[in-house]
Design a binder for this molecule. Structure first.
Ligand SMILES: [Cu+2]
Length: 314
């Protein structure tokens, strides 16, 4: 039987995740020149929207500073900061901490059961993603990735120095999982990424309607504001993010400034890509924002779940 064609009937009730989020990521050490962070790479069980419990990998912030939504970690720094990230590897194979666009103090991996410090100077302001580059796509599919937001040195309401201003900002880390992969890894088996066909989808680790119960995945805005939304593709598929009710301007793609500003209602976020947009709030009301990839708004075939959030303007 083709299990992907088996549709569950009815909507499962919302399941609460244990971790609280941070609205618009308050800078963690606004004045500090040195930021020390410890992330533990570990296996954990994630309760999904339909009640199933799935083995995942995650980077967990050992200082207890969780990311937005249900993410267990997120880095928020200011450009120029000295950042020391200690990786404690507690999964069953090596991991290598990496940030696309950032040169780290070492390119060595961390063996299972060991720790290693990766240091860097916080780069130019923008949205980044940290990953495990040792396990590559499989590592990301299992959950070893997270957002890093670098704020400009001179401002707390611009995407970068002299860049577009915003009244509020949201970080939306998009990801998904294929539970067959997770089950295979849990049992010590292997999985061919060619067979990867995800069946659960997340914004900040949450599946709709969970996204409506967290302040950092329920986009709340006021008429006349400009809202910055940072899309970070932490998965292994593309995310065409579709807005109802509004058009947005793409400001940057992987920190590269978009020179031709075009109003869009769908923004393609490719694999390994971070896309920052500015949304001018031109009308009041509540509108969905979701991936246009249809399975992306389901949970194991059940609609409406997954990567769907609500924007609400008053
Ligand atoms: Cu739609």
């Amino acid at each position: 039987m083709k299990r992907r064609h088996f549709l569950k009937s009815g909507l499962a009730s919302s399941t609460a995740f244990a971790l609280s989020g941070i609205t618009a990521l308050t800078p963690r050490h606004a004045q500090a020149a040195t930021v020390n962070i410890t992330l533990r790479a570990e296996g954990a069980y994630k309760t999904l929207i339909d009640g199933s419990s799935i083995f995942v990998w995650q980077f967990r912030d050992m200082n207890g500073i969780s990311g937005p939504g249900a993410l267990t970690s997120a880095l928020l720094v200011k450009e120029g900061d000295t950042v020391n990230v200690t990786i404690e590897n507690r999964i069953d194979r090596p991991v290598k901490f990496d940030i696309n666009g950032v040169t780290l103090s070492t390119t060595l991996s961390v063996n299972s059961g060991s720790n290693r410090i990766y240091s860097f100077t916080a780069p130019a302001a923008g949205s980044y993603m940290y990953t495990d580059s040792h396990n590559g796509e499989l590592g990301r599919a299992m959950g070893l990735a997270g957002p890093m937001v670098v704020m400009p040195s001179s401002s707390n309401n611009r995407l970068y120095n002299n860049g577009p201003t915003f009244n509020r900002q949201y970080t939306l880390f998009m990801s998904e999982l294929d539970d067959r992969l997770n089950t295979a890894i849990e049992s010590g088996s292997t999985y061919n990424m060619d067979d990867y066909e995800p069946n659960y989808y997340f914004a900040n680790g949450l599946s709709y309607p969970e996204t409506t119960s967290r302040s950092d995945t329920l986009i709340s805005m006021n008429l006349g504001e400009n809202v910055a939304i940072r899309f970070i593709n932490g998965g292994a598929i593309t995310y065409p993010m579709h807005f109802h009710g509004y058009h947005v301007n793409v400001a940057t793609r992987n920190r590269k400034i978009e020179t031709r500003i075009i109003e869009k209602d769908t923004v393609q976020v490719n694999r390994n890509e971070c896309v920052d947009v500015i949304l001018p709030v031109v009308q009041r009301g509540a509108y969905p924002l979701h991936t246009h990839y249809v399975p992306g708004v389901t949970a194991n075939g059940s609609y409406a779940n997954g990567g769907l959030i609500i924007m609400s303007a008053s």
